[in-house]
Design a protein around this ligand. Structure first.
Ligand SMILES: Cc1cc2nc3c(=O)[nH]c(=O)nc-3n(C[C@H](O)[C@H](O)[C@H](O)COP(=O)(O)O)c2cc1C
Length: 378
C-alpha cells in the first residue's frame, strides 16, 4: 500500500533500474546533508494550541500574482525522461490539476514549448546560466514567449556535486557498467515505459543548440556540463535581472547575507535550498536558516524553500518559520516513475490533505495564522 513518500521511495527502488533510482535518490559525498534534510524535521516540534474553531480552512497563497490552491510547487528536476516517457508533461499536468506551481528545469527532457500546454497558468522556468550568453538570452526569450509566469535562476550547481552513489553505476563518464546494464535488463517494464519507441531521452530545451553528434543522453549531458558558466557571480545576476521583466527568484540560497543581496539586487524572491543534498555535503538544511532569513528580509519578501520535505507537517513547520511556499522534489519523481501522472496527482492530494489536517490540529483557518511560536527546537 502506498500511503506516503516513504512507501513511494520503496516502490521506486523496486521499479527502476539501480542507476536511475540512485540518480534521483542519491546525494553528495557521505550524504550527511541528505540525511540531515530529513532529520531536521524531527528537531522542530509543535506546541499545538487547542479550543480554536478551525472547521473551515483555506490553504491558498498568492505567489507574485499567481494564485496557488496550496503552498506547493513542483521542484525543477533535470532529465525526468529517465523515469518514464513524458514524465515532464505528467508532472506539469498533475501540478496544474492540483492548482499548484510547476517549475521546469533547463535540462528537462521535454522542451518548455512542449510542456507549457500542460501547465498554462502555473509554469515557471528554471535557468542554469550557460557560458554562451546568446543561448541564455534565447532561453529567456523562449520562456517569455511560451508564457512562463516567472524565472528561477539556480546558482548552487555551478560546480557539480560529487555524487558517488551515481558514479558507481558507470565504467567511465556516462557509460553504464556491465552490472548496471544487467540491472536494466532485469527491468523490462521500465524499458517499455521509458525507452520505447524513441530510445535514450534527450534534452528538449537544449536541442536547438546541441551539436548534431550530441543530441542524446550522454552527449547532451557532457555538452551541457561543458557549457555551465563557472564564472557566475552577482554581476551576472544583475545582468539577468535587466534581461527578465517578470518575477525572478534565485534558487540555491543558504547564507542569510546572500538572501539580503538577492533582495537588494531586485529579485522578487529567493528559494532557500541545498539542492536536496546533491551539491555541497555538510551544508546545513535551509530549515536551519529560514527564521533568520525571514528576520533579515522582512515580512513581505517572498521566501520559498525546499530540500527534504516529505510530510504535510514538514511543510507546515516551514510555513510557521516564515516560508511562503515549498518546493517538492524527490517524492514526485518516485511517483511518476512508479505510477505516472495518476500517482503524482494522488501524492499531491495526500500531501495537501496532510497540510490541511495539520492546520486544523493547530487551530488555524489560514496559512497566515501560523507563526514561529507554535514550534520548539528539541
Ligand atoms: C533527480 C534530481 C534532479 C534535479 N535537477 C535539478 C535541476 O535541473 N535544476 C534545479 O534547480 N534543481 C534540480 N534539482 C534539485 C531540486 O530542484 C530540489 O532542490 C531538490 O530536489 C529538493 O530536495 P528533495 O528532493 O529532497 O525534496 C534536482 C533534484 C533531483 C532529485
Amino acid at each position: 500500500m502506498i500511503l506516503n513518500a516513504h512507501d513511494l521511495r520503496k516502490k521506486a527502488r523496486q521499479t527502476l533500474p539501480g542507476f536511475a533510482f540512485d540518480y534521483i535518490d542519491g546525494g553528495a559525498d557521505d550524504e550527511s546533508t541528505l540525511q540531515h534534510n530529513k532529520a531536521i524535521f524531527d528537531r522542530w516540534m509543535f506546541t499545538p494550541p487547542v479550543l480554536k474553531n478551525a472547521s473551515q480552512r483555506d490553504l491558498s497563497v498568492n505567489l507574485q500574482g499567481t494564485r496557488l490552491a496550496a503552498p506547493l510547487l513542483v521542484a525543477p528536476t533535470g532529465y525526468n525522461g529517465m523515469l518514464r516517457r513524458h514524465a515532464d508533461q505528467m508532472l506539469a499536468s498533475a501540478a496544474s490539476r492540483a492548482q499548484i506551481g510547476y517549475m521546469q528545469s533547463t535540462v528537462s527532457t521535454a522542451s518548455l514549448e512542449d510542456v507549457h500546454p500542460a501547465a498554462p497558468d502555473n509554469h515557471w522556468f528554471q535557468l542554469y546560466v550557460l557560458k554562451d550568453r546568446e543561448i541564455t538570452l534565447d532561453l529567456l526569450k523562449r520562456a517569455r514567449q511560451a508564457g512562463c509566469k516567472g524565472l528561477v535562476v539556480s546558482v548552487d550547481a555551478v560546480h557539480f556535486g560529487n555524487r558517488e552513489r551515481d558514479k558507481r553505476h558507470y565504467r567511465k563518464p556516462m557509460k553504464l557498467s556491465l552490472r548496471a546494464m544487467a540491472g536494466v535488463a532485469m527491468k523490462p517494464g521500465w524499458v517499455l515505459r521509458t525507452l520505447l519507441p524513441d530510445g535514450i531521452p534527450g534534452f528538449g530545451n537544449l536541442q536547438p543548440y546541441l551539436p548534431p553528434e550530441n543530441q542524446k543522453g550522454a552527449g547532451g549531458a557532457s555538452y551541457f556540463a561543458s557549457q555551465m558558466d563557472k564564472t557566475l557571480d552577482w554581476a551576472a545576476l544583475e545582468w539577468l535581472r535587466s534581461q527578465w521583466q517578470g518575477p525572478l527568484f534565485i534558487k540555491g540560497i543558504m547564507a542569510p547575507e546572500d538572501a539580503l543581496q538577492a533582495q537588494r539586487m531586485g529579485a522578487e524572491g529567493v528559494i532557500l535550498s541545498n539542492h536536496g543534498g546533491r551539491q555541497l555535503d555538510s551544508s546545513l538544511s535551509p530549515m536551519d536558516v529560514l527564521a533568520e532569513v525571514r528576520g533579515l528580509v522582512g515580512p513581505d519578501y517572498t521566501l520559498l524553500i525546499d530540500s527534504g520535505f516529505r510530510r504535510g507537517t514538514d511543510v507546515v513547520k516551514a510555513l510557521a518559520l516564515g516560508a511562503d511556499a515549498i518546493l517538492i522534489g524527490r517524492p514526485l519523481l518516485y511517483a511518476v516513475a512508479v505510477g505516472g501522472e495518476a500517482l503524482v496527482q494522488q501524492t499531491l492530494t495526500t500531501l495537501i490533505q496532510e497540510i490541511d489536517l495539520t492546520l486544523a490540529q493547530l487551530g488555524c483557518t489560514r496559512l497566515d495564522e501560523l507563526h514561529p511560536g507554535m514550534l520548539r527546537l528539541r
